[in-house]
Design a protein around this ligand. Sequence first.
Ligand SMILES: *Cc1c(COP(=O)(O)O)cnc(C)c1O
Length: 431
Amino acid sequence: MKYYSLSNPKEKTSFANAVVNGIAPDRGLYFPEEIPQLAAAFIKELPQLSIPEIAYTAMAPFVGDEIPKAVLEEILKNTLDFDFPVVPVTENIGSLELFHGPTLAFKDVGARFMAQSLGYFNSQKSDQKVTVLVATSGDTGGAVANGFLGVEGIDVVILYPKGKVSKVQEQQLTTLGQNITALEVDGVFDDCQDMVKTAFLDKEITTTRKLTSANSINVARWLPQMLYYFIAYRQLAERKQPFVFSVPSGNFGNICAGMMGQNMGLPIDHFIAATNINDAVPTYLETGEYAAVKTTPTISNAMDVGDPSNFVRIQKIYGNNFTQLKDHLSGYRFTDDTTRKAMKEIYNTSSYIADPHGAVGYLGLKDYLKQHPEKYGVFLETAHPIKFLDTVEETLEMEVPMPERIQSLLDKEKKSIGIKNYAELKSYLLS
Ligand SMILES: *Cc1c(COP(=O)(O)O)cnc(C)c1O
């Protein structure tokens, strides 16, 4: 499989290069040259197959012969070694819990797959160490740190805004040690992001250190997320109803991976993009005009994205055809107030504790199912409620029990390096 830059279809490269470089030289996102088609027999058998078998069949066409079969199987097995249950919430709504991984949010799957793929490619040439440089507003950093911990030949440098991430998130970034370094930036997320972008363009740095990024722009973080939808379908197939997925969306990597699965032949009836008030995509679906919005902070902060990078991939999947896209995707936006009400409603009617992101997904689903009561809906519960403890406890007016592994994480010693500006980042990277 070759990948091309969405800014210039002539700019083609291998899977390995797309993974190692993250983004095309012209700054375009990589996209696979074709969308693989799954055999009808595979879809029919899917509920009887094991998760590693399903994962291999879905992912192998995207990797081609660039990773040997046995290695890819091992990578997928390690990536998916926790549960992804669909938990019934109401008669026709289920919650697909994606938070049973090591850092309690869905980004573990993409981060682990990317870390191991990069580790493999690096072990094949190993002439140069690679530095993964990433800015995080919270969840990405922990997942990347955990996924890359101890991977040979790779150093990880994470920038996070001082005082702007939750305690659990900070501990996940700053307590691992080994090849993971946390830089605590005196500023906000956008400052971290700007410094990372500047470093990627700084020849003095890039000539001495091979840099790569680890956000959902990277195909190895983006594509494996499609497996959630396969794993959910495996659990639901016997219902024989049309399935719709409501995805709490920020950068739109997760939902876009699901759409890729649908286009490969996975029987998904419809997608719902559920956002907070950072609503560039719902507005686009109403007006046909895309415009980035200024990012506004909300209680579902992992979705505070004003200009989602993966949106161009979604358009591409549907041939840049607005009518076709609208046939497959609905969009809804919700305020923090409505989100809190939903968290209460879910708890009061079903004794289910949803985090603010999952609650936004639930709201989108409820609105859609009013028009389509014959369908079965799944919302993606993208983070464990404990990750957003303050909001959850305050909204539900109750204490949420702390899982033991989180308690022991909170007791670990934090190690970070404080930086104030780009010059300090640069001198760290050159040292
Ligand atoms: C990253 C994240 C999202 C948004 O996912 P995208 O793929 O960027 O749309 C939603 N919820 C949580 C908890 C996240 O960490």
